[in-house]
Ligand binder design. Structure first.
Ligand code: PEP
Ligand code: CO
Length: 448
């Protein structure tokens, strides 16, 4: 018999990758405050997302989950949020035009502040300090004060998430996403590129359709779907004290929801069946992502899925596969077959980022566009062979013109990395690379 679930029942389990707060009374004070703060999302919206995801599981939709590896306090600017939002919109148009199915857009935004790290300690010269765990836990600057785990940072993260979510809602529902504005979504620096021109051609075709529809009386003024778009937020549910402080009962249904995001996911390092993260996630009604890395054991994965989704509800579980370009063909088919034969309802999504990290010759943590593309290609190919549906993609990207990932049509090379390398954690695709990748994925979905 499984024990009774509460928002804090995870405390009796082993919780990996948690901070060590020295001042316990300060922690309690902060948590008390967080519990009273307004939710960032509403249960009804979470149910809408679940319905959209159930379509992604049934080959009637496609999930585009994208955004920062780690949001940061320093890089908080409305223009950055707008630019990331509009690149996601562009990618979504490219994907929906190709596939003919609605795209469920979920940002790695408005709460993606906590990071699991491979080592708890960072060493520079002879100095050892706690690793940077994301801005909601400690600071990136390499000094003792900044690296201390500070509970106040949870409040700062909440405030930034709330402002970000406010802006995203305005963009999604306030006219910015109106399809008739599609020509204006191309960012200046993307416009001049090959991908920019390709997007312009697509936008021209869509504008032509819109003007025909308008002549029939169908415009964004009378059809809401043309003037608005869905946009959900998500992050890794890593920092459990924070997540449980936002876990509230929905007055309509009496069910528990984590109101810090519409969707949360369990990382590859914290997906143990008897671990605290699985325990926390089994009690909330949000859709749950589970990272499936090369060390995943299918028997344990099946148990985890059944524990989190005992009623096999559709749209509840998203399996985010991140094997690496060189391993996916060998490891993934067997896991896929086992989940399929267990008849578990899941959305299959590909994260071609997290197992394709390498160190460049000049010492930067980077990813090669070729490997990213190859992992996605293999993901689609394996699904085609097994007659299952590749239902989504999970990306780390930004709307800025950064130079963090090598390759792509811009031919970013190792020596370019130092020019605009701004990430606080993993290297992200820039706007041009994101659009380029969306066109390539579109070609797998269906030839445009
Ligand atoms: C992430 O998505 O930011 C992450 C850390 O991924 P993973 O758990 O798959 O390594
Ligand atoms: Co990352």
């Amino acid at each position: 018999m499984t024990q009774k679930w509460t928002p804090l029942s995870w405390e009796s389990k082993k919780a990996l990758h948690q901070p060590n707060y020295l001042d316990k009374s300060k922690l309690q004070k902060v948590l008390k405050k967080l519990k009273k703060l307004p939710p960032l999302v509403f249960a009804g919206e979470v149910r809408d997302l679940k319905e959209s995801l159930s379509m992604c599981g049934d080959a009637k939709g496609f999930l585009l989950q994208a955004g920062d590896c780690a949001e940061s306090f320093a890089e908080f600017h409305p223009n950055y949020i707008r630019d990331t939002f509009r690149v996601i919109l562009q990618m979504s148009v490219i994907l929906s035009f190709a596939s003919g199915v609605p795209i469920t857009k979920v940002g790695r935004l408005a709460g993606q502040f906590a990071k699991p790290r491979s080592s708890a300690i960072e060493k520079k010269n002879d100095v050892e300090l706690p690793s940077y765990l994301g801005d909601m836990i400690n600071g990136i600057e390499f000094n003792i004060n900044s690296r201390e785990h500070n509970p106040d940072r949870m409040i700062m993260a909440y405030n930034q998430a709330a402002s970000t979510q406010n802006l995203l809602r305005a963009f999604a529902y306030g006219g910015y996403a109106d399809l008739s504005r599609i020509q204006r979504w191309n960012l200046d620096f993307v416009k001049k590129s090959k991908q920019g021109s390709k997007f312009k051609l697509l936008a021209d075709r869509i504008s032509e359709c819109l003007s025909f529809m308008s002549s029939c009386g169908i415009t964004s003024k009378n059809v809401r779907q043309l003037s608005e778009t869905n946009f959900f937020i998500s992050h890794e549910a890593l920092l459990l004290p924070y997540e449980s402080a936002f876990t509230r009962v929905d007055s309509t249904t009496g069910d528990w929801y984590d109101t810090s995001a519409h969707m949360v996911w369990i990382g590859d390092r914290t997906r143990q069946l008897n671990g605290a993260h699985v325990e926390f996630c089994r009690g909330i009604s949000n859709p749950i992502g589970i990272k499936v890395g090369p060390t995943s054991d299918y028997k344990e994965l099946i148990k985890v899925i059944k524990r989190i989704n005992p009623n096999n509800e559709k749209g509840k579980i998203v399996l985010i596969v991140r094997m690496g370009a060189s391993k996916i063909e060998k490891i993934f088919p067997n896991i896929l077959r086992k989940i399929k034969s267990a008849k578990l309802n899941v959305v299959w999504s590909s994260d071609p980022m997290h197992a394709n990290i390498e160190k460049s010759k000049s010492g930067y943590k980077t990813r090669n566009f070729k490997n990213i593309l190859n992992e996605v290609k293999s993901f689609f190919k394996i699904h085609e062979k097994e007659e299952t549906y590749a239902g989504g993609i999970h990306l780390e990207m930004t709307g800025q013109n950064v130079t963090e990932c090598i390759g792509g049509l811009q031919k970013i090379s190792d020596k370019d990395l130092s020019s605009r390398y701004h990430t606080h954690c993993d290297p992200r695709l820039n706007a041009s690379q994101s659009i380029e990748l969306a066109f390539l994925i579109a070609s797998f979905l269906k030839k445009i």
